[in-house]
Design a protein around this ligand. Structure first.
Ligand code: HEC
Length: 217
């Protein structure tokens, strides 16, 4: 019993002396059993460095590399016309017009290049769940979670800004993708999504005479 008590008291004393002082400030060097990577030679941001010609540590990103997030838009933020164009910017960033309503104005010139960019991005970021044709036939279907099909009137009639907002901030079970896709990429996807919708609901009247004759109609 005595041995047990001695060990018991010792364990409590050791535990309190090690854990009891957590959070206490001290000027002394901490005692490190495993130093891990706490101390290491490294370059600190905005410090001098004699190695590089310009004497700075900070490097510009190497050419042909991708930056994460919206760094690509940073140069626009510092552009002189940024505030002057704020309504247009607001539309580009949030898909909303000056009254805060989702807008049907597309903020980029529509061309084949943007469509290609949207298709590429769609196939990487959306197709897994929504399916190549946008009918919701993706990996979540067998689990009973249907990634919405784009082919109903509600989404056909929804403004472009709304679709952009779903991609940006997510909706219901779907997470937003603003940290992974630049604004232009998201708008490109909106464009491609419209093409997918069209592909499943085109009417004869919208075809040109040449297209009709190609189809033998
Ligand atoms: C991880 C799976 C997943 C990915 C990836 C995904 N979605 Fe979704 N999406 C869903 C689910 C699930 C819903 C249904 C959400 C709900 O209503 O709860 C949905 C809903 C939607 C809707 C309908 C919103 C509404 O009003 O009903 C749109 C539009 C949409 N997604 C577009 C996209 C686009 C574009 C991408 C690619 C940038 C994308 N989604 C990526 C799973 C996904």
């Amino acid at each position: 019993m005595r041995t047990f008590l001695t060990i018991y008291v010792l364990v409590i004393a050791v535990t309190v002396s090690i854990l009891g002082f957590r959070g206490t400030l001290t000027e002394k060097e901490p005692f490190e059993v495993f130093s891990d990577m706490d101390r290491q030679a490294k370059y600190k941001p905005q410090a001098e460095n004699g190695f590089y010609l310009n004497g700075q540590n900070d490097r510009l990103p190497p050419k042909m590399t991708m930056s994460r997030g919206n760094a690509l838009e940073m140069k626009e933020v510092f552009a002189t016309d940024y505030t002057a164009n704020s309504a247009a910017k607001e539309l580009l960033l949030s898909g909303k017009d000056a009254d805060g309503e989702f807008s049907d104005v597309f903020p980029y010139p529509v061309d084949f290049k943007l469509m290609q960019y949207g298709k590429e991005s769609y196939n990487i970021y959306c197709m897994t769940c929504h399916g190549a044709a946008g009918d919701g036939n993706g990996v979540t279907k067998p689990y009973g979670i249907l990634a919405t099909s784009y082919h109903d009137d509600r989404l056909r009639d929804a403004p472009d800004g709304y679709i952009y907002d779903v991609i940006t901030n997510g909706k219901g079970l779907m997470y937003g993708l603003k940290d992974r896709l630049s604004n232009k990429q998201r708008w490109g996807i909106v464009l491609y999504l419209r093409a997918l919708q069209r592909s499943q609901s085109a009417s004869l009247e919208t075809l040109s005479t040449t297209e009709k004759s190609e189809l033998g109609l």
